[in-house]
Ligand binder design. Structure first.
Ligand SMILES: [Zn+2]
Length: 101
């Protein structure tokens, strides 16, 4: 499995008008599964995703990968066709309009 790596600087704006999510990875430690720590780009809001052995624990909820796929895939692919169609038109980075906290 490819480990996601990206800049974890605060307040990096995304072309979509939000702050870029910060992602931290930790390898398996003993019996503990590897995990991603997902943090908001503008504040200290966070949750963890543990993975391995066909299961995913997201924000404290344990489920099979298949179950999570069913729940999340339609959300994650929403707008994908539209974005592909608009790829030629450059989106201008903007100061995020959406913020939490
Ligand atoms: Zn925030």
């Amino acid at each position: 499995m490819k480990i996601i790596k990206r800049s974890n600087a605060m307040a990096q704006s995304r072309p979509e008008g939000t702050w870029q999510i910060r992602v931290f990875h930790r390898k398996a430690v003993g019996k503990r599964s590897p995990r991603y720590l997902i943090k908001c780009g503008c504040c200290d809001q966070r949750f963890e995703i543990y993975y391995g052995d066909g299961t995913l624990e997201i924000a404290g909820v344990m489920g099979s990968v298949e179950d999570w796929r069913e729940i999340l895939l339609s959300l994650l692919t929403e707008g994908l066709k539209k974005r592909r169609r608009n790829r030629s038109t450059r989106m201008q980075p903007d100061t995020p309009k959406a913020a939490c906290g």
